[in-house]
Design a protein. Structure first.
Length: 400
């Protein structure tokens, strides 16, 4: 809706207001007349009609505030038609223009194109909400100042924006895979949106190995979505999931894409992540996972993408190959990284390692720290269960 409306307003803020007005109109009209057969088309038409009304009232709007310049001769697609996915991809590339700082590109796209809430984006970047809100506002103003065109750029310009676009889609799926807040562990709507965007990007750039790697990563990871919680919505660890219920068709498609992404040696950060996910997805059981290979791939990923989150995940693989003591040594170096100060998975991982070593009292402290940082109810319930297991009446420690 927003992407289609921007084609009319050429102004991101006005387009957002028109979309909000469309929702208000729907609340009134649908409660009176019933929900239409195609709600998406109805809302898109209402938003764009509202945008046309705004433009008619202010005839000088386009000359005073030209935010986005359409490609000459580009006509708007019919509301609700097949052009909406193209509109969405155009807006992704607009937000990921090189004139914007990298983090601003990604944050603005997540907010406008993907509908991710500002607090959730801030959490993904490990910064405060006011900091992220300011970045998004500055990015919008930069688009206005630079007159950035609303279109998919020519082929020669695509590589300059590709990494930012890939990062956006990856973070969108990460938000879907484990919702930062709420009662549900996952966000199926955002997961579907991320997969759609990844497929569109592959159709646009079929020869790019990292595009194949990203789609592979999403497919293989999403293949086990239905098994990540039990019938009561409780989180299930990877080792407890029913692998017979995983989507084998998606895993097979992802596996072929991984091979293509890594063909010729090396591999970028998305191809390497996809290879790790594929090892988990194709293992007959958790115990039969090729952990030495997983650890080797994490080493290559850390070299390609020196991220503290990657280092944390590598520490888990270290624990499976060399034991939890070695992994704790790796975590000690990460605990001083300010970027992980509010990252719930750091104390949660440390707690699990301590539990495996039989250091129950220390594990309890770390589970409590993770619980304070977690906002997703499914994750909170899992952590609370772990705490209860380690803290029976008269608790004085547990064995290995």
């Amino acid at each position: 809706m927003l992407a289609a409306t921007v084609r009319v307003t050429r102004d991101l803020d006005v387009a957002e207001e028109c979309v909000q007005d469309a929702y208000v109109a729907a609340l009134d009209a649908w409660s009176r007349d019933g929900v239409p057969r195609n709600p998406g088309a109805w809302l898109t038409t209402a938003a764009r009609n509202r945008a046309l009304d705004v433009l008619r009232r202010d005839k000088l709007f386009r000359t005073r505030m030209p935010l986005l310049v359409e490609r000459e001769g580009a006509d708007a697609e019919p509301a609700g038609g097949g052009g909406i996915p193209d509109d969405r991809l155009r807006l992704v590339f607009t937000c990921c223009h090189p004139a914007l700082a990298r983090e601003a590109q990604v944050a603005l796209t997540l907010r406008l194109v993907c509908g991710v809430a500002t607090p959730d984006i801030a959490g993904a970047f490990l910064v405060s909400e006011p900091t992220m809100a300011a970045r998004i506002t500055r990015a919008k103003k930069k688009i206005a100042t630079a007159g950035i065109p609303y279109r998919v750029p020519p082929a020669a310009e695509l590589p300059r924006r590709l990494d930012a676009v890939l990062t956006v889609i990856h973070l969108l799926y990460t938000t879907a895979h484990t919702a930062p807040t709420g009662a549900s562990l996952t966000r199926a709507d955002l997961a579907t949106r991320a997969l759609d965007l990844a497929r569109m990007l592959l159709a646009l750039m079929p020869g790019e190995r990292e595009v194949k790697g990203l789609l592979a990563l999403l497919l293989v990871t999403d293949a086990r979505r239905a098994t990540r919680v039990d019938a009561d919505g409780r989180l299930l660890r990877l080792e407890d999931q029913d692998r017979s219920l995983w989507d084998r068709e998606a895993i097979e498609e992802g596996h072929h894409l991984v091979v293509a992404a890594l063909r010729g040696g090396g591999g970028g950060r998305f191809g390497l992540q996809a290879a790790i996910a594929a090892l988990h997805a194709t293992a007959p059981s958790y115990e039969q996972t090729d952990w030495p290979q997983v650890l080797e791939l994490y080493g290559a990923l850390l070299a390609a993408w020196p991220s503290p989150v990657v280092a944390l995940n590598r520490a888990i693989a270290v624990s499976m190959v060399h034991g939890p003591e070695d992994a704790l040594a790796d975590l000690a170096a990460l605990e001083g990284d300010a970027r992980l100060a509010a990252y719930r998975y750091l104390p949660a991982t440390k707690a699990d390692l301590l539990r495996r070593l039989g250091r129950g009292a220390e594990a309890v402290e770390q589970y409590e720290a993770a619980l304070k940082l977690a906002d997703n109810e499914a994750e909170r319930a899992f952590l609370a269960t772990r705490l209860a297991e380690l803290s029976p009446p008269g608790f004085e420690g547990v064995g290995p």
